[in-house]
Design a protein around this ligand. Structure first.
Ligand code: GLN
Length: 271
């Protein structure tokens, strides 16, 4: 028999019950209340096979967000798939800070470097209606996901396939944001959990994890309007190294902000 109760009972031996319900809700496109109220309902063969497949993939460690194709970020759903990093809740801090820097400013120009799913760029574009947002990524596959998210949310963004600033000659912005790769190559976190399945170039950057950050700090001043800001996310243990880099590069009013876990997670300054 393949009732909702049956398939959940099988699933909970392999994965957590909350994840099992999430995957089943995805297959049946229903909510939790429906699952509870229809425990004796039979699944179609198609639904049962799809659920069995998702269960197998989740039990093998594949991220829930890639299986359902969705992740919530800053109150909105974003399409996610293996070419892009799965948006993290701590990255919402970057969006909050960006909004605070620019609110009230007429027609601000924003650049999101390494946009991935586009979660930061789309959120900023929707929260700051007057903003003109450019989003870049080196990966055309990632840009395709970001374009879809922008279209789904009716956010008008400008996209560019670019290795950091390479294709942005002569362009200047009021705010540059980035959630760059910042994990050291070979770090043990890369072989754990969701990270095993995410794009390596979205996660790791050089032996100390700071290669992308160094490039961004060095090149951003040529692309920031006078008085404009650079703000970026970094690793839990990189705050003091990042501060030194910003100071050496001549940034002023350097700021460092803690995420909800109390970790200094976003740093930046103005030029
Ligand atoms: N900007 C995207 C995010 O914050 C992707 C970041 C990345 O791939 N490192 O989720």
């Amino acid at each position: 028999m393949n009732t909702i109760a049956d398939v959940l009972a099988v699933a909970r031996e392999k994965i957590s019950i909350s994840e099992a319900k999430l995957l089943l809700r995805h297959v049946l496109t229903c909510n939790t209340a429906y699952l509870e109220a229809h425990r004796e309902e039979e699944l179609s063969d198609y639904a049962a096979a799809r659920f069995a497949d998702l269960l197998k993939r989740r039990a093998a460690g594949q991220p829930i967000a890639y299986l359902t194709g969705l992740r919530e970020f800053y109150g909105r759903n974003f399409a996610v798939s293996p070419p892009v990093l799965i948006p993290r809740p701590e990255t919402e801090l970057l969006v909050e800070l960006g909004i605070a820097k620019l609110s009230g400013q007429p027609l601000p120009r924003i650049l999101d470097l390494g946009t991935g799913s586009g979660c930061i760029a789309v959120s900023l574009a929707l929260e700051l209606a007057a903003a003109m947002v450019t989003a870049t990524d080196i990966s055309p596959d990632a840009l395709a996901v970001a374009r879809r998210n922008a279209a789904d949310h009716a956010a008008a963004l400008h996209f560019a396939e670019s290795d950091w600033f390479a294709e942005l000659d002569g362009e200047c912005f009021d705010l540059i944001v980035a959630n760059p790769p910042y994990i050291p190559l070979g770090d043990s976190h890369l072989s754990q959990g969701d990270l095993r399945f995410e794009p390596p170039q979205a996660l790791a950057s050089g032996a100390d994890g700071m290669e992308a950050i160094r490039r961004i700090i060095a090149a951003a001043p040529r692309h920031i309007k006078p008085g404009g800001w650079l703000l970026f996310e970094h690793g839990y243990d990189q705050a003091s190294a990042v501060r030194s880099l910003l100071e050496e590069a001549g940034y002023v009013e350097i700021e460092q902000h803690r995420d909800l876990s109390g970790i200094v997670r976003v740093s930046g300054g103005r030029v």
